[in-house]
Write a protein that binds this ligand. Sequence first.
Ligand code: PGA
Length: 259
Amino acid sequence: MKILIHADAAKAVDCVADLLVQRVQRLPASVLGLATGGTMEAVYARLIAAHRAGAVSFGAATSFNLDEYVGLSPDHPGSYWHYMRQHLFDHVDFDPACTHLPRGDAADPEAEAARYEAAIVAAGDIGLQLLGLGHNGHIGFNEPTSSLTSLTRIKTLTRSTREANAQYYQRFEDVPRLAITMGIGTIMRADEVVLLAYGAAKARAVAALIEGPVSAACPASILQMHRKVTVVIDEAAAAELTLRAYYAEVHPNGGPATI
Ligand code: PGA
């Protein structure tokens, strides 16, 4: 696990955007695993800027998002389809036929989850998976106690996750209770994982992810078992790490390792 601690959130965001851009420059036909949430908005703004500057094209890339709320159609303003169009897809050159999210309004959500998993497998699995981190340690919508080998399926959201997303809805009761999410096993098949978290509110989950026991109580902790994970955080999110000084010595200011 590579742990890059940056001075502030803006530098952490730049770092993650650079990792994505470099991957697509190197492998234009990359299969990208994309995430939503407040954390990613700034990353997507950087990708749009890089695209407008001519530094990167997504024209040959494919994307699969982590999750979508059950019951919301792609045009619902609270849907992740809507989020992705608003924050990324409408502003860069992805082929719309190559951008994928689960259909939250599918008549049979379980069949939709199975179809989505099969589509990821058929694409050759995810090349680079971008992840945020829930306050409770979730990745995608794999809430605590999720099977660490799970595939794409329906999950019931915790109250804390619904509260964290309530700002996007008029009433708390309107926040969906169920989501279709890539499983932890799906995420673990990715060639490379980049997780971004910043701010003091994420410090406890970050410590559990990096230094805690591997446990379904903190689903992100399974990333300790992945071959190629980069965790990009700011100082505030690093506050509860026991070995923080060591990580900073290996990668000063989140930069390349010094020999
Ligand atoms: P956030 O969500 O970026 O809105 O904090 C992260 C997550 O729940 O994965």
